[in-house]
Design a protein around this ligand. Structure first.
Ligand SMILES: Cc1cc2nc3c(=O)[nH]c(=O)nc-3n(C[C@H](O)[C@H](O)[C@H](O)COP(=O)(O)O)c2cc1C
Length: 223
């Protein structure tokens, strides 16, 4: 009798899991989205994740505490080795963690993550755990300790290139990109897809107003 109960429970569990998977697939399909497929990005092409100026989420960790904040002011700085620049205000908790660890990650959020971007950019993690409070899912980076965020389109793992003068004077941090990743539904073979059905990155204006990266187009070079 007991064995039958266990079998029944297992079947119920399987049915429930299958139903949930089906619901996720149906939801992705109705939104014309695909399951994320994270692929490494060739470091020589990593600058392209930021070239069009998306707003990013900066993740950091030190001594068992991790944090995430929004940053509209980031940009690529060099091709090889790839470097980035990002403004991290002196009053942020992120600044403390980045200075202490010498590392940070830039996560490129999608339209679907815009509300979260505004939220983590409007509160400090100094006294709270934004990941736990907001149920933010993460996965381990390849080369740094800072967590990377699920539900993003691109990821750049960075080590701080110490420049004490510009850090202190302008809150500007330079980082060498030591690993990069992208969701193949949005960025593939070194290029953003920018197609109607592909998830798009976001750009912050002000006051909770964003716009979504639009349709791409090509211009031929003159010979
Ligand atoms: C969309 C958006 C973009 C932002 N861009 C930047 C930025 O580029 N640099 C910065 O220092 N702060 C920026 N902020 C503010 C920080 O994200 C904010 O101060 C955050 O609460 C700091 O969190 P923390 O103290 O947990 O590190 C931005 C906020 C938002 C909402």
């Amino acid at each position: 009798m007991q064995a039958i109960d266990v079998k029944f429970d297992c079947n119920a569990l399987r049915t429930d899991t299958a139903l949930r998977l089906w619901q996720t697939a149906a939801s992705l399909h109705s939104r014309k989205l695909s399951m994320p497929e994270r692929l490494p990005v060739d470091l020589a092409k990593a600058y392209r994740l930021l070239n069009h100026g998306p707003t990013v989420l900066v993740t950091s960790t030190h001594a068992g505490r991790s944090n995430v904040m929004a940053a509209a002011w980031s940009m690529p700085l060099d091709f090889s080795p790839p470097k980035v620049a990002v403004v991290i205000d002196r009053n942020t908790y992120t600044r403390q963690l980045v200075e202490a660890s010498g590392e940070f990650a830039l996560n490129v959020p999608s339209r679907a993550t815009a509300a979260l971007t505004l939220a983590v950019g409007s509160e400090s993690g100094r006294e709270r755990d934004k990941f736990a409070e907001r149920g933010i899912a993460t996965f381990a980076a390849g080369k740094i300790a800072a967590p990377l965020l699920e539900d993003c389109l691109g990821w750049l793992e960075c080590r701080v290139l110490p420049e004490p003068h510009i850090q202190e004077r302008y809150d500007l941090f330079l980082g060498e990109v030591v690993a990069a990743w992208a969701d193949a539904n949005a960025f593939r073979n070194g290029h953003w897809l920018f197609e109607e059905e592909s998830p798009s990155s976001i750009h912050y204006v002000a006051g909770g107003h964003f716009f979504e990266t639009g349709k791409g187009f090509d211009v031929s070079r003159e010979d």
